[in-house]
Design a protein around this ligand. Structure first.
Ligand code: MN
Length: 426
């Protein structure tokens, strides 16, 4: 692997926590992602299933984890099935985990091959109570779910139609919301590379440069430091493009006098960082740009104070909407009367929420209505978008919830307008 792997002890603990939450006598199946075809025989770059990775540390396709904590035979309690390699795979693709390597990474003692899974399930099914299957239940996902779980659940139901099925996604997603020390270390690795990429683009941005050239600088920094790559399609949005929240065409030219909004993040060891910074294309914010920028910075600082154990994201969002309304009035964008009449008047200039959980997924899985608790990692990203003036400003830092408030993982990345300008000077 390009990245430093975590200790197998982490995955042993995650499986124990998951096993403890299964119904008595139950078994659970977790699947690595399948390869996904682009066209012909070309594949999308592989990215592991988050729950499977969280439970095994195995970063390859077509592997399966079987958990059966109350199994009558100890060797059935945890079984990892890895894809059997072949001389052909060795010639064309190269390395795949051997059972010994998979054992060392995951801490699962009983490692077999996926071509034995059907036979194994037929052997154990008669002793198993409910069977848990894992589907993507992220409430923002609208794309098709290609998980092998669907195929295997159908197979299982065909063969053993009287078994009861249950959902494991909420169990693992809840565990994943509270990050362990090791996970925060990986996120810090992603943050460090994201910081370095910001400093790199700060020196690179100037009038005449294409948005995609900035994108190329970012990926250069990530790949050369052993990261997976981008956490998500990076947003490199100059001028009014910044008012399109998930703009990622990145095909325009940076113009003198515009502000450039960059929202990107590094993915390291499958953990993500997510930053937004705004830069004046010519190296110096205009008076108006600075007014808007400093308004957003004040909102971020006040919003971060609201992140603490017990707080609800919905309450934080309601409070940030009020703070943003105050700043929009000060900027002359809405009047106090308008704000009085319509408490959602801010929405025209700030049409999103202030943050999301962050981890193995950028918009991380789990219950967004759960009170904040120590170990959760979230973004804090207020913004103001004024399409009529061609300015969009968002400022985003990643924070860990502590016993008393937050640790700002991006406290060292320039954010004051003057510090951003200083970072741009050759
Ligand atoms: Mn974000």
């Amino acid at each position: 692997m390009r990245y430093t792997e975590m200790n197998p002890d982490f995955y042993v603990r995650n499986r124990a926590k998951t096993a403890a939450r299964l119904a008595p006598g139950a078994a659970a199946l977790f699947f690595a992602h399948d390869p996904v075809c682009v066209n012909g025989d070309a594949l999308y770059a592989f990215a592991q299933d988050a729950n499977f990775f969280y439970l095994t540390g195995i970063d390859q396709e077509e592997n399966v984890l079987f958990l059966f904590p109350d199994a009558p035979f100890p060797e059935w309690r945890e079984v990892l099935f890895v894809k059997r390699t072949s001389p052909e795979i060795k010639t064309w693709v190269g390395w795949k985990y051997t059972p010994d390597e998979a054992r060392a990474v995951s801490g699962v003692q009983n490692v077999r091959h996926t071509d034995e899974l059907e036979d194994f399930l037929m052997t154990v099914a008669g002793y198993v109570g409910p069977v848990y299957f894992d589907f993507n239940e992220n409430d923002r996902n609208r794309a098709q779910d290609l998980k092998p779980a669907r195929r295997w659940m159908q197979w299982f139901q065909q063969r053993f139609p009287a078994h009861e099925f249950r959902r494991s996604f909420p169990i693992v997603a809840e565990l994943r919301q509270i990050k362990e020390k090791e996970e925060i270390e990986q996120i810090k690795q992603a943050v460090a590379r994201t910081h370095a990429a910001f400093l790199r683009i700060a020196k690179f941005v100037k009038p005449g440069v294409k948005e995609y050239e900035v994108e190329a600088e970012i990926i250069h920094e990530f790949i050369r430091t052993g990261a997976n790559g981008h956490a998500f399609n990076p947003i490199v949005a100059s001028g009014a493009n910044a008012c399109v929240l998930h703009y990622d065409l990145n095909d325009q030219t940076l113009r003198d006098g515009d502000v450039l909004l960059t929202d990107f993040g590094c993915r390291y060891g499958n953990y993500n960082a997510d930053i937004t910074r705004c830069l004046p294309v010519n190296g110096k914010f205009s008076e108006r740009q600075k007014q808007v920028y400093e308004a957003v910075l004040r909102i971020q600082r006040e919003a971060m104070q609201l992140y603490k154990p017990g707080a609800l994201l919905e309450e934080i969002n309601a409070e940030v909407a009020k703070i943003t309304t105050r700043e929009l009035i000060a900027l002359g964008l809405i009047t106090p009367e308008e704000a009085q009449k319509n408490p959602k008047a801010y929405f025209k200039y700030y049409p999103h929420r202030v943050g999301h959980h962050l981890g193995l997924v950028t918009h991380d899985d789990g219950d967004r209505y759960r009170p904040l608790a120590p170990g959760m990692v979230l973004t804090c990203e207020p913004g103001i978008y004024i399409e009529a003036e061609g300015i969009g400003v968002r400022l985003e830092n990643d924070v860990v919830i502590t016993e008393t408030g937050v640790e700002d993982l991006m406290a060292d990345v320039p954010i004051e307008a003057a510090d951003v300008e200083a970072a741009m000077r050759p």
